[in-house]
Design a binder for this molecule. Structure first.
Ligand code: IPE
Ligand code: MG
Length: 228
């Protein structure tokens, strides 16, 4: 979710206004995802590298995350959205940590959409932590490693392969997001700034996704047939 700051600056507003508008976009996109054919959605809310931003901006983002979770929990329950947070918890302020625990517990029955918010998240740190576990006696399978990876992100939800990754704001990089899970993700980069991202933009990204031919290292069916 990139582009909040630029969205605000272009309007002569403080960056905090961009983050507030970004939170409204989060609300819209979650509602659209819960209505549509999406089973799981992970939003990159705050990376471990975002701690390097000025303390005032970090504090504002933490306030916003906490307020957002408090305000949205009832709607998530009503819409069948199960919320979990991936990332480190030990550096979060106690109020945010306990809000996260409450939101996760209150929404755990949700069956329409599995929503993961990445907060203090670094994919490389998660992979490095998971890799410190001793190997299984038969070696560690990919699925066993995915479970360790989920545990190293402090969630019980096993790390799912990402089908579609959307990055807004015109940058074309992954920025330490779900590196293992994105092994075969289809990447869609859009110039739209995150606060302007809406249901139509989501539908357009899914349209692009459906046009991709996913071969996972194999051959397209026509050629595979010829070689049999
Ligand atoms: C993304 O928007 C929001 C977070 C990192 C929380 P930015 O804050 O990176 O916005 P730009 O890139 O400065 O426009
Ligand atoms: Mg940015």
């Amino acid at each position: 979710m990139d582009g909040n700051g630029r969205w605000a600056t272009r309007r002569g507003l403080p960056r905090t206004a961009g983050h507030a508008a970004g939170a409204r976009a989060v609300h819209r996109v979650i509602e659209a995802a819960a209505r549509g054919p999406i089973d799981a959605l992970t939003l990159y809310a705050f990376s471990s590298d975002n701690w390097s931003r000025p303390a005032g901006e970090v504090g504002n983002l933490m306030d916003l995350l906490e307020r957002y979770l408090v305000a949205e929990t009832d709607r998530c329950i009503a819409n069948g959205v199960r919320v979990s947070i991936i990332g480190r918890r030990d550096r979060l302020r106690p109020g945010l940590s306990s809000t996260i625990g409450q939101t996760e517990a209150l929404t755990c029955e949700g069956a329409n959409l599995r929503l993961r918010l990445a907060i203090d998240y670094s994919s490389r740190d998660a992979i490095a932590l998971a890799a410190t576990q001793p190997p299984c006696s038969t070696g560690t399978s990919r699925s066993a490693f995915a479970e360790r990876l989920a545990a190293s992100c402090n969630t019980t939800a096993t790390a799912l392969d990402v089908d579609l990754l959307i990055r807004t704001g015109g940058e074309r990089r992954l920025s330490d997001f779900l590196l293992w899970e994105c092994a075969y993700a289809e990447l869609v980069f859009v110039d739209t700034l995150w606060p302007d991202f809406d249901e139509d933009a989501l539908i357009e990204a899914m349209r692009q996704f459906r046009q991709r031919e996913r071969r996972f290292g194999g051959l397209e069916p026509a050629h595979a047939g010829n070689l049999r």
